[in-house]
Design a protein around this ligand. Sequence first.
Ligand code: CP3
Length: 351
Amino acid sequence: MNFEPLQNTRIIDAALGKEVDKIPVWIMRQAGRYLPEFRELRSKYDFFTMCQTPKLACEVTLMPIKRFELDAAIIFSDILVIPKALGMQIELVSGRGMVFPSPLKSPADIDTLQPINVKEKLSYVFEAITLTRHSLKGKVPLLGFSGAPWTLMCFMVEGESSSTKSKAKSWLYKYPEESKRLLDLLSDIIIEYIVGQIEAGAQMIQLFETLAEYLNKSMFDVYCLSYIRKINASVRELLKKRGIPEVPMVIFAKGAHFALKELSESGYEVVSIDWTVSPEEARKVMNPNVTLQGNLDPCALYAAPESLKQVTEKMVSTFGKKRYIANLGHGIYPDMDPDNVEVFIDAVHSF
Ligand code: CP3
């Protein structure tokens, strides 16, 4: 595919360990409800309709890029497009979040998941990526993403938000082999999905293992890390086989403070960390050949501008300018003030 050359390569350079003129920055969930223009468009469309309509997904992806000096765009979509593609019904219910009316109740339900052709079933995401690449005209790189297997399994088994994830975790204890069968099935789809996004024009990929924080180290090794590794290796292998150039990959395993070293040796160029990990500790234990991403406590965006500026400056000075991408330690919340996003971005860039 023919796209315009990239004008801002900071994020890609930082991911690959090259020098940058300024520290690059983007924000998890940068296109979302904290933006009045998003809420305005969202009032007219259902959430998944927005994801499934490339023109709308593109428009939303560009919203934060028009407003702020961000160094990357992230395609507007959701990690739950995969369970949806497998035939599961999902509704975004106000006040309850994502609800699956018929979650997986026992391993026998794994067989109700429909075998899919990723290229066809998720073609709307690929089309949205290609359209957005063209619309960006090379201004900043476009990131693609996917949920990681354990995080998707959690949603598919829990059915709605839960503070303990005890249903999904009970599967790991009661049905370890069947759980692995489900995680393997999801991994195979995720691999094709990521390759499809890269083929469509995604210039960096982030894998979200958001619910890693519910597991201990030994469970994480078996049910997360092995799949995180496999996905990375298989994506690269498939890209090579199909003659598609590789792109940097980011792993964000929220709460996996016990596996920083392992994550930094799992094949990803970038490891994203949450705010509970100190930058010093992360640099000390991790492979020096990975780039770190993170990790401002999102709630720092509630601070007055002057103190937000101070905590941001402290954070970036501790990480340093080399092998670093500034971000929050998790997604921005809907009630945050867009003006403070600008304060955060400016504080990073002026360091
Ligand atoms: O910058 C972006 O906005 C990119 C798009 C993006 C969304 N979701 C849009 C969205 C990305 C990268 C995600 C990832 C995602 N989705 C994760 C992993 C990252 C994380 O933040 O933990 C998870 C766990 C989900 C699942 C999900 N999506 C839930 C549980 C919910 C409902 C609760 C909530 O947070 O609102 C969503 C909805 C969702 N995804 C919205 C957006 C903008 C809100 C939609 C709305 O209410 O209008």
